[in-house]
Design a protein around this ligand. Structure first.
Ligand SMILES: [Zn+2]
Length: 330
């Protein structure tokens, strides 16, 4: 009798293990939701309404025991005025950040991005440029650089050349602004053409790859969307979920000056629109629910929750066994 009960308890306790083992390994946050969380976090920050989420001990404990499950990989400039987690109002375990002068994507940066996108499965990959970038300015103005810096900034040279070609008569400031934008697209081009793993995930719609620009004075991030030539860079493939829409929507701003200016005056990407201010709190709750303290992790089901679930199940089986199946034993 005891052996039968033991087998019954074991079988029931093992059921959830099989269920979770076969569950979908995709990140619980969708690419759209990830972009929304970044947009809303930046809105809070730029309005001086940061909530500083996920910085408690419980968050550190959770991300230590369950591992990290960030929802965005961000390549940003090392500039001290571009503090990525702060400007997106995010906390521990939310963002996989790669910081490098001039937000370039060379071998090491692409390798790191692959770790974030392909290994950790972040649904968003963002290249974040910024205004007043020293690295872009140095290359644009032909400043003398020494040591290992020439090797670093050589990734920016193609962007500056494109900017000069597009604006042959531009004054310095205008040219630097253009070069900054081109440098963002250059990094994305380098990633999509050199990383098979990221390109594949982009085509499958598992990651949305976007460019964005941070204004170090206003604190606002302008999401520029997918690379204007993303389809071409992906070998003619159109991403399954997004990207296509973004690419078309932003194709002009990146290369046509008139459109670029219009775009600059209207930084409101759909995600930046005014109504977002009103629903900040609500949106934040949604976002928090998606990557909140309870279940931020890999499969979306925490280790501790799992243990508690199993214990409750065993308890239920014992009660059921004693009171209903064998009431005469009472
Ligand atoms: Zn910079």
């Amino acid at each position: 009798m005891f052996a039968k009960r033991l087998i019954l308890i074991l079988l029931l306790a093992l059921t959830p293990i099989f269920a979770f083992a076969s569950s979908n390994a995709d990140h619980p946050v969708s690419p759209e939701m990830g972009l929304q969380m970044l947009t809303e976090g930046n809105l809070r920050y730029s309005l001086g309404q940061s909530t500083h989420p996920n910085i408690s001990f419980s968050r550190r404990l959770l991300t230590t025991t369950e591992g990290q499950a960030p929802y965005a990989t961000v390549i940003a400039c090392s500039d001290s005025r571009v503090p990525v987690e702060i400007l997106f109002d995010q906390g521990v375990g939310d963002l996989f950040v790669i910081k490098v002068a001039g937000n370039v994507a060379d071998t090491d940066e692409i390798g790191s991005a692959e770790y974030g996108v392909d290994h950790l499965g972040t649904p968003v990959l963002m290249v974040l440029g910024h205004t007043y970038c020293g690295a872009v300015t140095a290359v644009t103005t032909g400043a003398e650089v020494h040591g290992s810096i020439p090797k670093l900034v050589d990734n920016i040279i193609p962007a500056v050349e494109k900017a000069k070609l597009a604006l042959p008569n531009a004054e310095k400031t205008e040219l630097i602004t253009k070069a900054t934008d081109e440098n963002i697209w250059q990094a994305i081009e380098d990633i999509l053409t050199k990383s098979h793993a990221i390109a594949e995930r982009a085509i499958a719609g598992k990651v949305v790859v976007v460019g964005a620009k941070y204004d170090i004075l206003s604190g606002k991030v302008e999401i520029l969307g997918s690379h204007p030539r993303q389809t071409e860079l992906l070998g003619g493939a159109t991403p399954a979920v997004h990207g296509a829409g973004h690419a078309e929507e932003h194709a002009e701003p990146a290369h046509a000056e008139a459109a670029k200016d219009a775009h600059a005056e209207k930084p409101a990407d759909a995600t930046h629109a005014e109504p977002a201010v009103e629903k900040t709190a609500e949106g934040h709750d949604q976002a928090q629910a998606a990557h909140g303290e309870e279940k931020p992790a890999s499969g979306g089901f925490g280790f501790f929750s799992f243990i508690i679930f199993v214990l409750l199940l065993i308890g239920a089986v014992i009660v059921l066994d004693k009171k209903i199946l064998n009431p005469e034993e009472k």
